[in-house]
Write a protein that binds this ligand. Structure first.
Ligand code: B12
Ligand code: SF4
Length: 472
């Protein structure tokens, strides 16, 4: 049976850039392959036409994608899940069709968010197979109890079905990249996104990625990935971001993807998250030849004791080596640090700062506090230490700071580092910074903005001439 499905992206967040709702492109491909008709509504680019979209489309099913819960910034604490509540209410007023929720944010808090949205069903983790199976079951009246990843109600309780990690060999095609949306994201952020694999098998203490995507790495066929890169080029992208939790899950994966890209001789530049471990000169060179232009290293700290307490599984020497390899290939690199988590003290933070001086030119983006999420080792620790109770929902963000640490003192230290070293950026952007970023994008700047910021701080340490206050 063919149904009409309205897919809604609820994401209104524009910082650091608006991001194309890639999850919906993947769902669209799977739904269309199953014979369904797909319509899109993206609340960021389409504006507030929800009621009109539902009345015009007359969907048999409505799917809502919730990507972000909050901004993960301890000082701002902006939350986004409220959007789901109002969308749920407004949809209910105009249609009786079943409402299904999914997305990375939803997958971290499925029970709470199903209830808040007043939705009929949810799918945790990757949605392709679950959504297609659910629609089939609802069309035919088959039972839904065995659908992997399904979130539903039984006897007044929310039930979570176990998930099944599939290979993700389904490709997208032009119909899964609506032109108007693509243009909007290219104009506002300058880049599009692509996924080469799912899952993360590492065990960093705070991380939700294994909760969302599972622990098993599941690579997508390299030729299919290269084809998607090619599609992004043909859509007008000059830059792509690889959204994988960690692109270098294995040297073999990196090699296969890069070789497939090189076979197509694409001119697209791209960036990705890399783990500063297991890299060597040949692999870095291969990535550079395949278009890798910037790296976001998930380093978290430059101090070995803290790295160990965070469960990172690598040490500062590997961070240093990986940064040197990137510098040799002229690939821009940024290290993301989380300051104040388990094992951190003011001394370890100073040690991190001292170690940073040993790194060849690279940017350091440092945030304060570790967001606590259910299903992570940090959650258990925070409960044990009495920082949170088991009854707490955690949708409203709570942060872990190691005993004895103080938020203001940590920010004070980071501001001092940033004043002394132009490569250090306190990762909690001011409104002036956000306006500045918007202006850069309007002028057609693509790629990572942190490299521009670091460069400008080197050129104008007292602030950018002509700007009312200093964004950097
Ligand atoms: C890559 C990434 C980024 C990149 C994005 C680059 C780009 N151009 O795309 C960058 C670094 C810019 C970024 C920024 C931010 N990010 Co981010 N990011 C991710 C990451 C690693 C992958 C997201 C992704 O693209 N996945 C691939 C697509 C294909 O999968 P998907 O969207 O999840 O969709 C699948 C399923 O979720 C499901 N699904 C999705 N929708 C629906 C709908 C229905 C109906 C169904 C049934 C299923 C379903 O099916 C899809 C296909 O299988 C996730 C973590 C993760 N592993 O998920 C964090 C994540 C989404 N980010 C997060 C956050 C917070 C942010 C920021 C707010 C951080 C900040 N302060 O800057 C910003 C927000 C940016 C914005 N404008 O929205 C959080 C959100 C949770 C939370 N705490 O709120 C996550 C989950 C990480 C975390 N901390 O846990 N991010
Ligand atoms: S921080 Fe990176 S490497 Fe560690 S578990 Fe998360 S995604 Fe995996």
């Amino acid at each position: 049976m063919a149904s009409r499905i309205l897919l809604i992206s609820a994401n209104r967040c524009t910082s650091p850039d608006p991001v194309f709702p890639l999850g919906l492109a993947h769902l669209s491909a799977a739904l269309r392959a199953a014979g369904h008709e797909v319509k899109w509504l993206d609340v960021l680019s389409d504006g507030d036409g929800l009621e009109e979209a539902v009345t015009e489309t007359r969907p048999d099913f409505v799917g809502i994608s919730l990507r972000n819960i909050d901004d993960v910034l301890i000082r701002r604490r902006e939350v986004f899940f409220g959007e789901l509540v109002s969308l749920g209410e407004r949809i209910r007023r105009v249609t009786r069709s079943p409402v299904i929720v999914g997305g990375s944010g939803f997958s971290i808090f499925p029970e709470q968010l199903l209830e808040l949205a007043g939705a009929d069903y949810g799918v945790r983790g990757e949605g392709e197979a679950g959504l297609v199976a659910l629609i089939r079951a609802l069309e035919t009246g088959e039972p839904v109890e065995s659908i992997p990843g399904l979130v539903y109600r039984r006897s007044g309780k929310v039930v979570l079905n176990d998930r099944e990690m599939r290979d993700c060999a389904q490709g997208t095609d032009a119909a899964d990249w609506p032109e108007a949306l693509v243009d909007f994201y290219l104009q506002s952020g300058g880049l599009l996104n692509v996924q080469t694999q799912r899952g993360c098998g590492f065990r960093c203490c705070y991380c939700t990625y294994p909760v969302i995507e599972g622990r098993q790495h599941r690579g997508r066929p390299p030729e299919l990935v290269a084809e998607e890169f090619e599609r992004l080029c043909s859509l007008g992208a000059q830059y792509a971001f690889v959204v994988d939790s960690v692109f270098n899950s294995s040297a073999r994966h990196v090699r296969e993807i890069c070789e497939a890209l090189l076979r197509r001789n694409l001119k697209l530049k791209w960036g990705c998250f890399l783990r500063p471990q297991g890299l060597d000169a040949a692999l870095m060179k291969l990535m550079a030849r395949a278009g890798l232009s910037h790296i976001e290293f998930g380093s978290d700290s430059f101090c070995d004791d803290v790295l160990q307490a965070y469960g990172k599984g690598f040490g500062f020497d590997e961070i240093q080596h990986s940064t040197q390899l990137a510098a040799k290939e002229n690939i821009e690199a940024c290290h993301f640090l989380i300051c104040g988590g388990p094992g951190e003290t003011m001394d370890t933070l100073e040690a991190s700062y001292r170690n940073a001086q040993k790194l060849p030119a690279s940017v350091v983006m440092a945030v304060v506090g570790m967001r606590i999420y259910p299903g992570t080792p940090l959650y258990d620790r925070a409960v044990q230490e009495g920082i949170i109770s088991k009854e707490e929902g955690l949708l409203q963000p709570k942060y872990y700071l190691a005993p004895g640490l103080d938020e203001a003192a940590l920010f004070g230290a980071l501001q001092r580092f940033a004043a002394e070293s132009p490569g250090w950026i306190v990762g909690d952007p001011s409104p002036v910074y956000l306006r500045f970023v918007e202006r850069l994008r309007q002028r057609g700047v693509v790629g990572p903005l942190w490299s521009y910021l670091a460069l400008m701080r080197r050129l104008w340490p007292q602030g950018i001439p002509g700007m009312e206050s200093n964004p950097i």
